[in-house]
Design a protein around this ligand. Structure first.
Ligand SMILES: CC(C)(COP(=O)(O)OP(=O)(O)OC[C@H]1O[C@@H](n2cnc3c(N)ncnc32)[C@H](O)[C@@H]1OP(=O)(O)O)[C@@H](O)C(=O)NCCC(=O)NCCS
Length: 170
């Protein structure tokens, strides 16, 4: 992966990031948001990125190959004092670039960000029980399954799957 780097999203990424997210929602079987449920304009995406850049408890990382966004990871944190040591994240890699180590690189970069953070200590994630690739990635990096929301996800074809909660204290 010689040309692939991980960095925080910049405001100038807004247009490309918005297009990337639309592509991921249109394609990803294992995400909750459906394409018609994503309403963020490119303009609002600029504010969204600005907030991630200026909020110390949140980040949006992108994996880029040259100028192309090929992966994304963003985290959000409830700021109430008793729970702000724990952050939650979501991630994706462009379909044509999967299975090449991009997801692992993004996730390891994020765990380092958490290690350096003054207050955040715990990373939490939610993953559908049938998302084998993601579960394998998370377990490989050290995430432990902590809980399960039985039948919390229903697909359009009627199939119901569980929502697994996994966590890591990096
Ligand atoms: C999950 C996802 C981010 C993984 O990204 P990726 O770049 O393909 O992952 P990597 O190539 O870095 O693989 C890292 C590890 O994940 C696992 N993995 C990746 N693809 C896999 C697959 N198809 N089947 C089983 N395990 C897989 C492997 O354990 C791999 O480690 P290894 O290469 O040492 O064997 C990617 O598949 C994706 O974007 N999926 C759609 C969106 C999504 O489901 N996001 C997660 C929501 S919780």
């Amino acid at each position: 992966m010689p040309n692939i780097s991980i960095r925080p999203a910049r405001i100038s990424d807004a247009k490309a990031l918005n297009r990337y997210i639309r592509e991921i929602y249109a394609d990803a079987a294992f995400l909750i948001t459906r394409p018609d449920e994503f309403h963020m304009s490119q303009w609002r995406q600029r504010y969204w990125i600005a907030k991630k850049l200026t909020t110390p408890f949140e980040t949006c990382l992108v994996a880029v190959d040259g100028n192309e966004i090929i992966g994304m990871l963003d985290c959000w944190t409830d700021r109430r004092r008793r729970i702000r040591h724990s952050t939650c994240f979501a991630m994706s890699v462009k379909r044509s670039r999967r299975g090449q180590g991009v997801g692992k690189k993004l996730l390891l970069h994020f765990t380092k960000w958490v290690q350096k953070h003054d207050i955040i200590e715990r990373i939490e994630l939610h993953v559908h029980s049938d998302n084998a690739a993601a579960i394998s990635l998370y377990k490989g990096v050290g995430f432990i399954e902590e809980g399960c929301r039985k039948g919390a996800v229903r697909y359009e074809d009627g199939r119901i799957v569980d929502d697994h909660i996994m966590a890591l204290w990096p």
